[in-house]
Ligand binder design. Structure first.
Ligand code: PEP
Ligand code: MG
Length: 837
């Protein structure tokens, strides 16, 4: 049987048994401060079990109450002490024990004004938070003490309680019950706490911050919460106590300041002690702390210490600083930073201190923030870029032909689309802030105006896209610069030392590849080659190939593309300098390369010298009801093998060329959208044939690895057979999620919000890998492939590969690497390290 929970109240002394699990973080933290010999007033810890009993109506034994209230000054504070400081807790109550007798004493020592203010403040706080009376009746800071006492009597039909023990009992009960309330539960659950999280309470003698000499209360910290730079900040207010006290109180600077008096000058001894305590607390508590203190006639008391609030960039600097000073080991520094927080450092960020003029919200699809003028087309974006103007591309959704417009923009905003829609995927790859699925937008293309939130914005007007929060703001917001500094690099170096799974990048262009290297990618895990065909120079050859009826004609058009593809690959191989490069063969349906409107078709007819009717017929013939499930991926490779043959040749010739100048490379060729083993066999046969031909023509030797992208449930289930024909498998979880759920990547955003809100899906499965369903296919596929071919490389390259929870899953599943957008590589390095530590 379980031991009955210990309900005893503990006086916090250096040797008392105070545990975070039993008494909460605040009680434990106070004990550490007491062990450091800091001047902490007498404090007691009430264990969580006792707080539960109090909430259930049990009374504390009289002896315990006597111990708590039996101090000389007579006043007490009661503060929450949850397991984790982030979980919050009910509001602290100060000056418990205040009554007419103490008021009379204080009137003598402090004067009537201070004594009245203290008593009135307590009556008001007690009325609102303990007796739960109407706050409107008790929030008037101009009310007199007599008025406050009268209101209390009028509302409760009894006098304000005078017995300190009764006051304390009521305060403890109200705090214990507040913690059990539904709002408090929801709030702490949102911060990751279990619904039934325990709460301890701390009762402490009040150090009065009223009286003669330098007297008041304040907080001090030694690091800047936004930048993480070492800097003393905080406040000191004379004749006031507690964090949330009157704002009109006299406030002085902590450190010497030309603008006015400072604590450093007024009480240099106190200030020096605070600094000394700060240094000691950092070392002993292994954390940057904000210290709350009281000075009474130049005598210092330390009331409390909490973890300094911090921005992402400050979190990195603090963790690295603590490890560099030998206070925590490097692995602990790695564990202290949320992987997601790193993303904030890679991009501009809207300054959290700046005002925000919110227009509308959408899905935060690619992080960072940027300000630019509204443009509604890719062409307008390119024109703006040519004028050196920053622009935000605003579209209903983006299409492959918008890529150049996206390149020319500083941010992208779409009305439709989800986390793995075209706009989202490309923007993440480019590191562009992006918001998708902003359904509150209405784009009037004719009037060249955007309507949202009851306001209108014309083309050319400035807006800010905050892709980190999903907020679209009017005008230019104040920004923080990216922080790819020494601390950032140091943290990732430590993460790399702890990590076992490799991290590669999804990169299609030389810029992407350079970015991938800069962020520490160990290769390219997915190069989507179709993005190479939208160039003005290449699109005509591509279209000619599509219009060719016979294989020979297709080959002729593809021959024109061959040297360009070869150059693409030599460039990538050179940049990656020996790191592996996985090139995915052509994937999208061909109609994406054809014009969608009559004007475009007319231009195409002209350039191909064909009748318009032929062009229209061809476009119609290629149209599909379900292009994502149609003629794409390996299905094109089987029915029009010339495309894959050209690409394979370009890859091999590029490998030979860079091999000649010393950059050894073993290219990896990946087949998309496989669902049957025979598809792999057929494609492999052709590619082997091309390899043999290139070897014979060039008399050069090279090797390559052939792999399969597992993007259909069938490929995952048949991974054993498929593994027989390839050296690696890479899970493309965008399509795999789409096909497992039967959800369209491009249309799911319409209902995803309702689905998540109603708990149908815990999360958007395009954003966070569905470990139960899609994850099971990944595990099954990996296990079957490895059983058939031990040592086969197994990886993931869908968008999930950049998501910290999903990366942790990949590490647990024993995948060899994940490959994500270059801008997510640092996040992946940190997340993989944390799972390995
Ligand atoms: C995938 O499907 O997961 C993938 C990476 O390929 P794409 O996003 O290009 O379809
Ligand atoms: Mg795919």
């Amino acid at each position: 049987m379980d031991q009955p929970a210990d309900l005893s109240i503990v006086e916090i002394t250096p040797s008392a048994r105070v545990e975070t699990a039993t008494h909460g973080w605040r009680a434990k933290c106070l004990q550490r401060l007491i062990r450091m010999d800091l001047p902490v007033p007498r404090s007691f810890a009430i264990p969580a079990a006792a707080v539960r009993a109090i909430a259930a109506g049990r009374r504390l034994p009289g002896a315990d109450l006597g111990r708590l209230t039996g101090n000389s000054g007579g006043l007490l504070s009661v503060r929450p002490s949850a397991l984790d400081p982030e979980w919050g807790g009910p509001r602290s109550m100060l000056n418990v024990g205040m009554n007419a007798a103490r008021h009379a004493e204080l009137t003598k020592t402090l004067g009537p004004e201070a004594a009245d203010a203290l008593y009135r403040g307590f009556v008001q706080a007690y009325a609102i938070h303990v007796a739960r009376l109407d706050p409107d009746m008790f929030s008037d800071s101009d009310a007199t003490l007599a008025e406050a006492l009268r209101s209390y009597r009028d509302e409760t039909d009894e006098e304000f309680p005078q017995d300190p023990e009764r006051q304390l009992v009521e305060v403890l009960r109200s705090m214990a019950r507040a913690w059990e309330g539904p709002t408090a539960r929801l709030l702490r659950q949102a911060k990751g706490a279990p619904a039934d999280a325990p709460l301890g309470l701390v009762v402490q003698d009040m150090a009065l911050a009223l009286g003669p000499g330098v007297t008041g209360s304040g907080t001090i910290q030694f690091i800047d919460s936004v930048t993480g730079d070492p800097r003393i900040t905080g406040r000191f207010r004379g004749q006031t106590q507690g964090r949330a006290q009157r704002h009109d109180a006299e406030s002085i600077f902590l450190t010497r300041d030309a603008r006015g008096p400072s604590l450093e000058e007024a009480a240099p001894g106190v200030f020096a002690d605070l600094v000394r305590f700060g240094v000691a607390a950092r070392e002993r508590l292994k954390e940057e702390m904000q210290i709350e203190f009281v000075v009474a006639d130049s005598r210092l008391s330390i009331i409390d210490a909490i973890r300094v609030q911090r921005s992402s960039r400050a979190a990195v600097r603090i963790a690295v600083g603590l490890a560099r000073d030998g206070i925590i080991p490097p692995e602990q520094a790695v564990m202290r930073v949320q992987p997601r927080a790193l993303t904030d450092l890679l991009h501009h960020q809207v300054d959290p201190r700046a005002p925000r003029d919110l227009i509308t919200r959408g899905m935060a699809a690619s992080p960072g923030a940027a300000t630019g003028r509204i443009v509604f087309s890719a062409a307008a974006a390119q024109a703006a870029a040519a004028r050196d103007e920053s622009c935000v591309l605003v579209r209903r959704e983006t299409l492959p032909e918008d890529i150049r417009g996206m390149h020319a923009s500083v941010a992208v905003l779409t009305e439709r689309g989800g986390m793995s829609s075209h706009a989202a995927v490309i923007a993440r790859g480019l590191g562009l802030p992006c918001i998708v699925g902003a359904s509150g937008l209405a784009i009037d293309l004719r009037g060249r105006v955007l309507h949202a939130g009851g306001r209108s914005f014309r083309e050319g007007e400035e807006i800010t896209v905050d892709g980190t929060s999903g907020e679209v703001l009017a005008g230019a917001a104040a920004m923080l610069e990216p922080a790819l500094d020494d601390s950032f690099n140091q943290l990732l170096e430590w993460a790399d030392a702890a990590r076992t799974m490799k991290v590669r990048a999804n990169a299609d262009t030389p810029q992407d590849a350079q970015c991938a290297r800069r962020f520490g990618a160990q290769g390219i895990g997915l190069c989507r080659t179709e993005h190479m065909f939208f160039d003005d120079e290449r699109l005509p050859a591509m279209r000619e190939m599509i219009f060719a009826d016979r294989a020979e004609d297709r080959r002729l058009a593809l021959d024109r593309l061959l040297p360009m593809q070869r150059t693409d690959f030599t460039t990538l191989f050179r940049i990656m300098d020996g790191y592996p490069v996985t090139i995915r063969l052509f994937d999208p349906p061909l109609h994406e390369f054809l014009p969608h409107d009559r004007e475009g078709m007319r231009e195409l007819a002209e350039s191909l010298d064909l009748p318009l009717s032929d062009v229209v017929r061809r476009v119609e013939a290629l149209a599909e009801y379900n292009p994502m499930l149609g003629m794409r991926g390996v299905r094109l490779g089987i029915t029009m093998p010339e495309i894959y043959e050209m690409q394979a040749r370009a890859i091999f010739e590029a490998a030979i060329e860079v091999g000649r100048d010393g950059h050894g490379v073993v290219p990896e060729i990946m087949i998309p959208l496989v669902s049957a083993m025979r598809e792999v066999e057929l494609v492999r046969h052709r590619i082997d044939g091309i390899a043999a031909a290139v070897r014979a023509e060039t008399r050069a030797e090279f090797t390559y690895r052939l792999g399969v992208m597992v993007e259909t449930p069938r490929a995952a289930l048949r991974a054993g057979d498929i593994a027989e024909h390839c050296a690696f498998l890479s899970f493309g979880t965008n399509d795999l999620t789409q096909m497992t759920y039967g959800l369209s990547r491009d249309d799911a955003a319409r209902f995803m919000g309702s689905y998540v809100a109603q708990g149908v899906y815990a999360e958007d499965p395009f954003h966070i890998l569905d470990q139960e369903g899609v994850g099971e296919l990944v595990l099954t596929g990996a296990q079957r492939a490895r059983a058939r071919r031990p040592g086969i490389t197994v990886a993931m390259c869908g968008e999930h590969a950049g998501n910290p929870e999903s990366i942790a899953f990949c590490q647990r599943a024993g995948l060899d690497y994940v490959s994500c957008s270059a801008f997510r590589v640092p996040v992946a390095r940190l997340a993989a390290a944390q799972e390995a530590i």
